[in-house]
Design a binder for this molecule. Structure first.
Ligand code: MTE
Length: 324
């Protein structure tokens, strides 16, 4: 398996964190290994406010990952103020404005269905289940914009192997919190609640699929899916369900929220694919958040969001136009 996401997908020199900052970042990551937080250099690279100052959430210690992209992270401010989290409203600014009502403690994630050891994990247990890694991933939203986000988490496979899926477990369903009292967006019928997503078991077990507990070296801000979410970097962003409460192992492909609401627009797989247009727009290019501006050219969207070398083999023999 390729370790760094480079080769054919090498970013242009201008897209890479300037060397001095990169070195600085490496130094910080080294310091992180010695017990310090990791968010600072990447945030400094963007002149961002320090996360601790802006939200007060807990810092997380994480080791760096060879699976990180070397592209420049999107600023902390953009990552935490331009969001999709329809439980708090449909405008990009709504989650940051209204997610304060989300109670993130106590929190448990129930793991059930086709597993030998069904059980509930307390959030503090999840934080310690496996070593935390900082994974800087490209993220591509189905709406045509993208970001680069320094997530903190560990492979979902770490949790999966602890519950021992049975031979009948073919898919994994992710159910997220739906509580009208905490989530004003549930009054709208824009989607059928709760927000549900799913993966095939081999996709869920893939090393890139991250059980995510933080970003920029701190616990997840509420608007980004606190206290725990999934991140699947080669798929459109809506596959990465936020504020998870249940993980169910099932035999049949689960019905997901976006597929239920518009089956011709949002398939179960939803792999990033520049050759397969959304029925209402092309997916060939994307706008990188933070690079806006009248003369800013759009970027070419990469197959599997640039992770083809790692994940293309999962789809051998499938017609990705039909299985969109
Ligand atoms: N999860 C839930 N529960 N509700 C949502 O509305 N939106 C999805 C996904 N996960 C969503 C969700 C979409 S469309 C995107 S693009 C990403 O979250 C955005 O994640 P971010 O705001 O942390 O960048």
């Amino acid at each position: 398996m390729l370790l760094r996401c480079r080769s054919a997908n090498d970013p242009r020199p201008s897209e890479i964190t300037p060397r001095v900052l990169h070195e600085n970042r490496r130094a910080v990551l080294k310091a992180a290994a010695a017990g310090f937080a990791t968010w600072s250099a990447a945030a400094i690279a963007q002149g961002a406010a320090t996360p601790a100052a802006s939200s007060g959430t807990a810092r997380l210690e994480a080791r760096s990952s060879t699976l990180s992209t070397i592209e420049r992270p999107t600023s902390y401010k953009d990552v935490t103020t331009y969001n999709n989290f329809y439980e708090f409203g449909t405008d990009k600014e709504d989650p940051a404005a209204y997610a304060g009502s989300l109670r993130v403690r106590p929190w448990t994630v129930a793991v059930e269905g086709e597993v030998a050891r069904p059980r509930a994990f307390d959030i503090d247990e999840l934080l310690k289940l496996a070593p935390l890694e900082e994974r800087i991933y490209r993220m591509r939203c189905v709406e045509g914009w993208s970001m680069v986000i320094p997530w903190v988490g560990y492979p979902l496979a770490e949790l999966i192997r602890r519950v021992e899926p049975t031979g009948n477990a073919k898919y994994v369903e992710f159910v997220t919190l739906a509580d009208r009292e905490q989530m004003p967006g549930l009054r709208s019928s824009v989607l059928a609640w709760p927000y549900v997503e799913g993966l095939r078991l081999d996709e869920a077990m893939h090393v890139l699929t991250l059980l995510t507990l933080g970003l920029y070296g701190q616990a997840l801000p509420r608007q980004n899916g606190a206290p725990v979410r999934i991140v699947v970097p080669w798929k459109y962003g809506f596959k990465s369900g936020k504020s998870l409460v249940k993980i169910r192992f099932v035999e049949k492909q689960p019905m997901t929220s976006w597929h239920r609401s518009a089956p011709h627009e949002y398939g179960f797989y939803s792999n990033v694919n520049p050759q397969v247009s959304h029925p209402r727009w092309s997916q060939a290019t994307e706008r990188r958040i933070g690079e806006d501006g009248f003369l800013q050219r759009k970027r070419a969207t990469l197959m599997f969001n640039g992770y083809a070398e790692q994940v293309a083999s999962l789809y051998t023999g499938m017609d990705l136009r039909k299985e969109y």
